[in-house]
Design a binder for this molecule. Structure first.
Ligand SMILES: CCCCCCCCCCCCC/C=C/C(=O)SCCNC(=O)CCNC(=O)[C@H](O)C(C)(C)COP(=O)(O)OP(=O)(O)OC[C@H]1O[C@@H](n2cnc3c(N)ncnc32)[C@H](O)[C@@H]1OP(=O)(O)O
Length: 195
């Protein structure tokens, strides 16, 4: 991403450039949910599931599907935030497994989210908001009556519901991380409700 920006001097076209890699790795992250479900990783399936599904949704059903929004600054915002977050998170896992975890990586894993999570949410919500006019105009992924299934679905309103669902869901993820932070950095014993 940095190389692209330095070479082109603009963020326009950056999403197209990284789209294939982004789609591959974000989809691959579904394995993380499986790992929690079968107990390889000791963390909440619900928290991990919401996190992974919201990203897959952003990648496939918003950014990849609506070409007109791919050059929005908000797309770059959430992509940069996800990237920085995952570099830190996977460095943490790797060094942890090697039993040589530098304190600054542990510190970064359990502090950076305080700023990165809200920034990621802002990027995602602004991107969905930017998509709304195109979705309304094109009627994409919508099913209008009459049809042979006798079912109607309006993707435009679905997106509004998705945006509203951040209000109850995001605090759950954020407080989960705050609890993890207290456990790992301050040694507090925390009992998760959904475990
Ligand atoms: C149909 C559409 C639906 C849409 C719905 C929309 C609603 C959306 C609501 C809100 C969406 C928010 C969107 C935001 C997205 C962003 O990412 S913004 C960027 C900032 N993001 C973050 O900072 C993410 C922070 N969150 C997390 O990291 C997560 O909560 C988590 C990864 C999902 C879970 O982490 P946690 O419970 O803290 O578990 P860990 O501590 O990481 O792991 C537990 C133990 O397991 C070990 N481990 C885990 N994975 C691995 C691995 N791959 N390899 C090796 N080891 C692993 C880990 O070391 C821990 O071990 P111990 O320390 O021994 O316990």
């Amino acid at each position: 991403m940095v190389k692209y920006y330095l070479q082109k001097g603009t963020h326009k076209g950056l999403y197209r450039n990284i789209a294939r890699t982004l789609k591959f790795f974000q989809t691959f992250a579904l394995l993380e949910v499986g790992h929690c479900a079968i107990g390889i990783v000791r963390t909440s399936v619900i928290v991990t599931g919401v996190q992974v599904c919201s990203r897959i949704f952003m990648v496939w059903f918003i950014t990849n599907s609506i070409r007109q929004i791919q050059n929005e600054e908000s797309v770059i915002l959430f992509v940069v935030v996800w990237t920085v977050t995952e570099i830190t998170r996977y460095s943490f896992y790797t060094f942890n497994l090697l039993n040589h975890l530098p304190y600054f990586i542990k510190w970064a894993r359990y502090n950076m989210f305080i700023v990165m999570y809200p920034l990621g949410v802002v990027g995602e919500l602004l991107t969905i908001h930017a998509a709304l006019p195109y979705v309304r105009r094109s009627g994409m992924y919508s099913l209008r009556l009459p049809n042979k299934y006798n079912v109607s679905f309006d993707y435009y309103y679905f997106l509004i519901i998705v945006m509203l669902s951040y209000i109850p869901l995001f605090p759950q993820l954020y407080f989960h991380m705050l609890r993890q932070r207290r456990r790992v950095l301050h040694g507090e014993i925390i009992v998760e409700k959904d475990e």
